[in-house]
Design a protein around this ligand. Structure first.
Ligand code: IMP
Ligand code: MG
Length: 179
């Protein structure tokens, strides 16, 4: 199915499953090369990264651990608005090589905040692995060590990414059709 209707919006396939798979394999090989012997701790960010993380990690055949984290948004007490808090960091990452696994980096604000938070736990290193990157949307520069695909500044869904909680369960990635 090339067109998907979700609620009031229409989406068209923009990155087919085979294309995603090819780039996930490439990035998995890069991480395998860099992290072999370092027993990395992968931290996929829920909810969006669950599909990507499952595919990526099954292609990384080295000793590693996985622990999921989630971001909670709450209203700040001042006018800066939304502040996001990292929750569920259940594992001690002190001295560990951490690899954050994220679905998409848009403005970069979420990732910048996450890196700041994790750094306080004194890991040996922090690497960022993103399925998708929107270079034209970036407001803060964050180091992206591993990236599957760079995409234009459009709204996308599928393969873990949602529109209002829906459409995470597609094999392909879809882009919003501008009507
Ligand atoms: P950032 O803080 O602006 O980089 O936002 C990153 C987060 O926004 C991602 O982890 C996603 O959850 C969400 N997001 C950004 N762009 C999209 C999109 O095109 N589709 C679905 N979610 C998105
Ligand atoms: Mg996300």
């Amino acid at each position: 199915m090339d067109i998907l209707t979700v609620k009031d919006k229409r989406f068209a396939v923009s990155i087919p499953e085979a294309e995603i798979k090819k780039h996930v394999s490439r990035v998995a090989a890069e991480i395998t090369r860099d992290m072999d012997g370092k027993k990395p701790m992968f931290l996929p960010v829920l909810n969006g990264a669950f599909v990507f993380a499952a595919d990526l990690l099954r292609e990384i055949p080295i000793e590693c651990e996985v622990s999921f984290i989630k971001l909670a948004s709450y209203q700040g007490t001042n006018s800066t608005g939304q502040i996001r808090e990292v929750i569920g960091l259940a594992t001690d990452i002190t001295g560990r090589h951490v690899v954050i696994v994220e679905d998409i980096i848009d403005s970069g604000l979420t990732m910048a905040h996450m890196i700041d938070t994790l750094r306080k736990h004194n890991p040996a290193s922090i690497s960022v692995c993103a399925l998708l990157l929107k270079p034209d949307a970036m407001k803060v520069q964050v180091p992206v060590d591993y990236c599957c695909l760079r995409i234009p500044n459009d709204f996308i869904i599928g393969y873990g990414l949602d529109y209002d909680g829906l459409a995470r369960n597609t094999r392909d990635i879809y882009t919003l059709v501008k009507e």
